[in-house]
Design a protein around this ligand. Structure first.
Ligand code: ADP
Length: 794
C-alpha cells in the first residue's frame, strides 16, 4: 500500500471515533449528558460511602422537639439570646446562625447583649434573594463578628453540589465562620472565592455531632461538647429548610448541614476538586479517533470486550480519583466509548458487506464457465437465492458457488480416480497435493509426500528431474520421458498448473502412462523383424546367386522372353534384399546393436569416396556430381558417415532430371563469414531456430547435398525422415526405394550427436543438411545443451 493509500485507510478507521467524539462534545456543550452525569455523581458518593466529619463542627438544630417545646416558628429572639448565653458558658470558638433576622424585634437588645458577650457570632444574610437584600438588622449586624450568605444554587435534580464562596463580596456562611475561627484559633486555608466550591458530602448528616436547641437551652448538653467548636445553629425540623444531598433525597436533610459540611470540608481541606470542562472536551476529541483506530484492528468479539473493558476502566478510574476527592465526568466518556464502538461495528459491517458483494461478483465472473451447469436456472439455485433478503444474497451466492465447486471437484476426483492414466498434482517444491490410485500405485507415494524422494532416483536421475523443473519454470514444454524400473515402463509428461486469476505457475501435473505392454510389443516386433529379415536374407542371397549364374548362360541359354523374366526376377530380388538390409540396419542402429566407432577421420576422403561410389549411378542418370570438399579432420564413424552421404546423393540423383547437377559441399561453422555466399544462403531462409542453431554450433561441420530435382512439398518436409514415408509411393518404388533411407540417415546422424534437416522448393530442388559436431560427443547422443534442446524443435 502506498503512503497515500495508508493515510486513506487510517482516515477511514478513525472516522467513526472522530464523528462520535464531535457529536458527544456538542451534546456535552448543550448539557444533554447532565441527567446522566447527575446520576453518576450520586452513584459515586454512594459507592464511596461516608467520610468522617471534622470533630470541630457541631450543629444545634431547631428540631421538632424544640418547636414543640417553644411553639411555632418564628420564635421570640429572647430564646436565641438565652441560647447564646448558655453557649457562652461552654466557650465555643464560633457560633454561626443560619437564620435571618432582618426585621427589628423588642427582644433585639437582649440578643445584642448576648452576641456581644459571646464575641464571635456570625449572622446570615441573603443578598439578591427574590430581588431583595435580606440582611440582619443594623443593630444586630453591628455587634456580630461578620455576616455570611446562605444562598444556594441547586442543580436541576434538586441536589446541592456546590456553593458560591462569595456573592456581592459577602462570603458564604461557612467561609465566614472559618474566617472568624481562623482569627481565634489557627488560620485555615480559604478557597478561591471566584470559583465554585464543590462540596464533598460526608454521608448521613446524622453522623455529625448535633444537639437539639431546646436541650442546649436547658443546659442539658455538657459544656465540653461545645468548647472550642464551630457551632452552627439552624432549623432541622421536618420540611422547613430542606436540603437534598447524594445521601439525602427522600427524606431530605436540612440547610444548616450544608454550611456544616462546607466548614468541615474547609477544616479538613477535602472539598471536591473538579477536572475542568475544557480538558475533558480535549480528551474526548482525541480519545474518540484513537479508540476507533484500536477497535478497527480487532475482530468483532474482541471489539465488544474492549468496549466493556474500557467502560469499566473509566468507571474504576473515576472511582479511584473520587476517593482522592477528584470528581471526573463519567457519562460523556462512556457515551463516547459506546458510540464509537457502535459506529465502528456498523460501519465495518457495511464495509464487509460491500466487500463481500464485490468479491462474490468477481468470483462469479471468473469461475462461471468452470462450474458444472445443469441448466441456467438451477445454476446456483438462482430462484432460491432471489427469495432471500437483499442483504443476505451475496452470502447465499457464495455458499452456492462453493457448493458448485465442491460438486465439480468431487466429479473431477471421481474421474481422476477411475482413469487408467496416473495423475498427480504437486506444488513447485514437489509436494504432492493430489494423486489418483494409479499414480500412487506406480510411484508408491501418497498425498503429502515429496516427489524428489519417490520419483528420484528410482525412476529418473536428479539431473533429469531438475532439467524438467527448469524447463517448466521457464515456460518451455517439458519433453515426454520414458521411465524404466524393475521390468516396468512408464511414460511421464509434466504439465504446468496455472493459477487462473494471475496466470502464475502454481505447480504441475504429472501424467503417467504404463507403457510396459507397448514396449514389450515393440520389442517383440523388432525381434520379429530382425529374425524374419535374417531368415529372408539367406535364401534371397542364394536365389540371387543362382539367378546370376543362370543369367551368365553357363548353365544353358534362355529364349529372349526367358532372359527378360530372369532380369525381372533379379531386379525384384535386389529390391527385396535392399529392403531387408535397410530394415535390419535401422533396427540394429535403433536398438543399439550397431554401435558407432567414431574416430578422427578426414572429411575430404569420406566425401570423395561417396562421390566415387555414386559416380556410376550419376552417369547412368546423366546427372553431374559436383564436389566441394574441405580438408579437415573430424570425429565420426567414417563408414556410417559414408552411408549417410551416399544415401543422400543417391536420392538426389534419383529425383533429378537428366542433365541436372548435384552438389556435395561442406563448411566448418567457425569459418562462417558474411562474405561466404553459400552459408549465407543456408541461413538466410532458415527459421529462427535453425539460424540460432547454426550460430550456436560454432566448431561443428555443416555438410549438405543440393540438387535441382523435383523438390518436396512443404507439408511432407518433416515426415520424409520417418519410416516408409515416400512423397510419391509408386514412383519411389519404381526407383527402387524402400522408404527407409532417410530414417537410417537420421538415426546415424543423431548417434553422432548431430542433426539433419531438409529444405526444398517444389520444382526447384532440395538441400539436405547435416550438422555434426567436430568434438567427441556424449554417449547418449547429445552434444552441447543448446543443440540438445533444439533438436526436438527441428
Ligand atoms: P527412398 O528409399 O524411397 O528414397 P528415403 O527415406 O531415402 O526413401 O526417402 C523418402 C522419400 O523422400 C522419397 O521416397 C522421396 O519421396 C523423398 N526424397 C528423398 N530425397 C529426395 C530428393 N533429393 N528430392 C526429392 N524427394 C526426395
Amino acid at each position: 500500500m502506498g503512503g497515500q493509500g495508508r493515510l486513506k485507510d487510517v482516515l477511514w478507521r478513525i472516522f467513526p471515533g472522530g464523528t462520535t467524539a464531535l457529536a458527544v462534545a456538542i451534546l456535552f456543550k448543550l448539557g444533554a449528558w447532565q441527567p446522566l452525569e447527575q446520576l453518576a455523581y450520586i452513584g459515586l458518593f454512594n459507592l464511596r460511602g461516608p467520610l468522617t466529619w471534622d470533630e470541630r463542627v457541631v450543629v444545634v438544630g431547631i428540631d421538632n422537639a424544640s418547636l414543640q417545646a417553644l411553639g411555632a416558628f418564628p420564635w421570640s429572639r429572647k430564646y436565641y439570646a438565652q441560647l447564646l448565653n448558655q453557649l457562652s458558658q461552654a466557650e465555643p470558638s464560633v457560633v454561626a446562625f443560619d437564620l435571618i433576622w432582618s426585621d427589628t424585634s423588642p427582644d433585639d437588645p437582649a440578643l445584642e447583649t448576648a452576641i456581644l458577650n459571646q464575641g464571635r457570632v456570625v449572622l446570615a444574610e441573603a443578598p439578591g434573594f427574590a430581588g431583595m437584600v435580606l440582611r440582619p438588622n443594623s443593630r444586630l449586624e453591628s455587634v456580630a463578628s461578620t455576616t455570611g450568605h446562605i444562598l444556594r444554587d441547586d442543580s436541576t435534580d434538586g441536589v446541592t453540589r456546590y456553593i458560591l464562596p462569595s456573592v456581592q463580596d459577602i462570603p458564604a456562611l461557612g467561609i465566614a465562620a472559618i474566617e472568624v475561627y481562623g482569627l481565634v484559633e489557627a488560620p485555615i486555608a480559604l478557597p478561591d472565592l471566584n470559583k465554585r466550591l464543590w462540596i464533598n458530602w460526608y454521608g448521613s448528616t446524622q453522623q455529625i455531632p448535633h444537639y437539639s436547641f431546646i436541650d442546649v437551652l436547658h443546659g442539658k448538653v455538657p459544656a465540653e461538647k461545645l468548647r472550642n467548636k464551630i457551632v452552627l445553629v439552624g432549623v432541622t425540623a421536618d420540611g422547613i429548610d430542606p436540603l437534598l444531598t447524594p445521601f439525602h433525597q427522600k427524606p431530605s436533610s436540612s440547610g444548616v448541614y450544608l454550611h456544616a459540611t462546607v466548614v468541615s470540608n474547609l477544616l479538613q481541606g477535602t472539598s471536591l476538586q473538579v477536572v475542568a470542562e475544557g480538558w475533558l472536551l480535549i480528551i474526548l476529541l482525541f480519545w474518540g479517533p484513537a479508540f476507533s483506530l484500536i477497535l478497527s484492528c480487532c475482530r468483532p468479539g474482541l471489539q465488544v470486550l474492549l468496549w466493556l473493558a474500557s467502560c469499566l476502566s473509566w468507571m474504576l478510574f473515576c472511582g479511584i480519583l473520587f476517593h482522592a476527592n477528584y470528581w471526573l465526568m463519567m457519562a460523556s466518556p462512556i457515551a463516547l466509548i459506546t458510540g464509537t464502538t457502535a459506529v465502528t461495528l456498523v460501519s465495518e459491517r457495511l464495509r464487509i458487506s460491500s466487500l463481500l458483494r464485490h468479491q462474490v461478483k468477481q468470483l462469479l465472473q471468473m469461475y462461471y464457465p468452470d462450474v458444472v451447469q445443469n441448466s441456467e436456472t438451477s445454476l446456483f439455485g438462482l430462484e432460491r437465492i432471489n427469495q432471500q433478503p437483499q442483504s443476505m444474497q451475496p452470502v447465499f451466492q457464495l455458499a452456492a458457488l462453493a457448493d458448485q465447486f465442491g460438486r465439480s471437484q468431487s466429479a473431477q476426483a471421481v474421474i481422476a480416480r477411475s482413469l487408467s492414466t496416473g495423475l498427480l498434482a504437486a506444488d513447485l517444491d514437489g509436494k504432492v497435493w493430489f494423486c489418483n490410485p494409479v499414480a500412487a500405485h506406480h510411484l508408491q507415494l501418497q498425498v503429502g509426500n515429496l516427489l524428489q524422494t519417490h520419483l528420484v532416483p528410482n525412476w529418473l536421475s536428479e539431473r533429469e528431474w531438475q532439467t524438467d523443473l527448469d524447463q517448466l519454470k521457464s515456460g518451455e514444454t517439458v519433453n515426454t520421458r520414458k521411465l524404466y524400473r524393475d521390468g516396468s515402463w512408464l511414460e511421464m509428461k509434466v504439465e504446468p498448473l496455472l493459477y487462473q486469476p494471475t496466470h502464475q505457475l502454481d505447480g504441475f501435473l504429472l501424467v503417467l502412462n504404463d507403457i510396459t505392454e507397448r514396449q514389450q510389443i515393440e520389442q517383440m516386433k523388432s525381434d520379429f523383424v530382425a529374425m524374419a529379415s535374417h531368415e529372408l536374407r539367406t535364401p534371397l542371397t542364394s536365389m540371387r546367386g543362382s539367378l546370376g549364374l543362370l543369367m551368365t548362360g553357363k548353365l544353358g541359354t534362355f529364349s529372349d522372353k526367358g532372359q527378360r523374366m530372369l532380369e525381372i526376377a533379379t531386379g525384384n530380388i535386389d529390391r527385396l534384399l535392399r529392403l531387408v538390409n535397410d530394415i535390419l540396419d535401422l533396427e540394429r542402429i535403433e536398438s543399439g546393436e550397431i554401435t558407432l566407432s567414431p574416430q578422427v577421420c578426414n572429411l575430404a576422403d569420406v566425401m570423395t569416396q561417396a562421390v566415387e561410389i555414386m559416380q556410376a549411378m550419376a552417369d547412368k542418370a546423366d546427372v553431374e556430381l559436383v564436389l566441394t570438399p574441405i580438408v579437415m579432420q573430424t570425429w565420426a564413424d567414417p563408414d556410417c558417415l559414408l552411408q549417410v552421404l551416399t544415401n543422400l546423393i543417391s536420392n538426389a540423383i534419383k529425383f533429378s532430371p537428366a542433365g541436372g547437377k548435384v552438389w556435395l559441399r561442406a563448411k566448418q561453422l567457425s569459418a562462417m563469414t558474411d562474405s561466404d555466399e553459400d552459408l549465407n544462403n543456408v541461413s538466410k531462409d532458415q527459421d529462427f531456430v535453425i539460424s540460432s542453431l547454426l550460430k550456436h554450433s560454432t566448431g561443428s561441420i555443416l555438410l549438405w547435398v543440393e540438387d535441382q530435382g523435383r523438390g518436396i512439398p512443404a507439408d511432407k518436409l518433416e515426415r520424409v525422415f520417418d519410416r516408409f514415408q515416400q512423397v510419391d509411393v509408386s514412383d519411389a518404388r519404381q526407383k527402387g526405394g524402400s522408404g527407409l533411407g532417410l530414417a537410417i540417415c537420421r538415426s546415424i546422424v543423431q548417434k553422432h550427436g548431430g542433426t539433419i534437416w531438409v529444405e526444398s522448393t517444389v520444382g526447384k530442388g532440395s538441400s539436405f543438411y547435416l550438422l555434426i559436431p567436430t568434438m567427441p560427443h556424449k554417449s547418449d547422443g547429445t552434444t552441447s545443451s543448446f543443440v540438445e534442446n533444439n533438436i526436438s524443435k527441428l
